[in-house]
Design a binder for this molecule. Structure first.
Ligand SMILES: NC(=O)c1ccc[n+]([C@@H]2O[C@H](COP(=O)([O-])OP(=O)(O)OC[C@H]3O[C@@H](n4cnc5c(N)ncnc54)[C@H](O)[C@@H]3O)[C@@H](O)[C@H]2O)c1
Length: 292
């Protein structure tokens, strides 16, 4: 089955760019969010970003205009899902909310429609079980920011059909991304499992007073040739995103070693979530000044 129409549910940091990427590559795309303000912000951000691409000759004015004609926004999930071939869910990382969204999507979308989740950690079998089409459910895990990062982890659950995987892999190729297929689902997939291992160790070293977080970042960059240190990555992707992902893992395993670190919990409580709030591990409020 060929994918022509795409719906993206959730217009936050990920969803608005996932939708733009789709529209830029010729797919009729509907971006849905329950929050009207989120949709307005998404449109403003995309307009600004695409204009920058035009100014830098990465995109022609005509390509930009066509892409925006392909992109439609709505607060109605029914309207978004009713004629979609592929729905990509990108709402907050909370299982109960995602299950509710999948139940609604299952009602509104035609039987042929593939329902994918962009969750960073939640395996698709947990969402497939609330639908009547488990064979058409899988993970499509994009990386932040989706307009730049060109890899997508596609993860099948036990019931995902070969046709679903083939259609999703083809779609990823058609939007200029490298899909990596995981044949079996596991919490955190590939990239985040590697990242968790590094960031958990980095936080342990910091919280137990072995080294300052800036020095840990320095070692990751200078000695391991990582482009960013683990604390810089936490600030970039959102400290709350990592915190809630950790919380989900802890709820699942009950293992004390999976409990979110104290310093992450404090930062979430204080609202210091990283770049998006101007402060996380580093301070982004004054250009060129970075203090803890
Ligand atoms: N931020 C990242 O780096 C990153 C990377 C990969 C994957 N993800 C995953 O993508 C998903 C979204 O993350 P984000 O960072 O974009 O979150 P975000 O908080 O920026 O955006 C979430 C959006 O979902 C909307 N929403 C909430 N409930 C909804 C509902 N019932 N129906 C429609 N919209 C609803 C909110 O209004 C908000 O605009 C999460 O599952 C996250 O794990 C995030």
């Amino acid at each position: 089955m060929g994918i022509k129409k795409v719906a993206v549910i959730g217009a936050g940091s990920m969803g608005h760019q996932i939708a733009m990427l789709s529209a830029l590559n010729g797919f009729q795309t509907t971006l849905q969010d329950i929050n009207e303000h989120a949709l307005k912000k998404a449109k403003d951000q995309l307009e600004k970003r695409m204009q920058e691409w035009v100014d830098k000759n990465k995109l022609t004015q005509e390509q930009k205009d066509v892409a925006f004609r392909n992109l439609y926004v709505t607060t109605s999930m029914e309207e978004a899902a009713v004629d979609a071939d592929l729905v990509i869910e990108a709402v907050v990382e909370k299982l109960e909310i995602k299950q509710e969204v999948f139940q609604q999507l299952d009602q509104f979308a035609p039987k042929k429609t593939i329902l994918a989740t962009n969750s960073s950690t939640i395996v698709s079998s947990k969402l497939a079980e609330v639908t009547s089409r488990p064979d058409k459910v899988c993970n499509m895990h994009y990386f932040f920011p989706p307009l730049v990062m060109d890899c997508i982890e596609v993860v099948r659950n036990e019931k995902t059909s070969d046709e679903t995987i083939a259609a999703v892999m083809e779609y990823c190729n058609n939007i200029g991304r490298y899909p990596v297929l995981m044949e079996k689902e596991i919490y955190g997939f590939i990239a985040n499992r590697l990242l968790f291992a590094i960031s958990n160790e980095a936080i342990r070293l910091y919280e137990q007073g072995y080294a300052d977080f800036k020095d840990i970042d320095m070692v990751a960059k200078k000695a391991l040739a990582h482009p960013l240190g683990p604390f810089e990555i936490m600030d970039l992707s959102g400290i709350d995103v990592g915190y809630y992902a950790n919380l989900e893992l802890y709820k699942e395993t009950g293992d004390p070693k999976d409990k979110p670190a104290k310093s992450l919990q404090e930062k979430v409580k204080e609202g210091h979530l990283g770049r998006k709030t101007g402060k996380g591990w580093y301070d982004y409020s004054k250009k060129g000044v970075e203090t803890s």
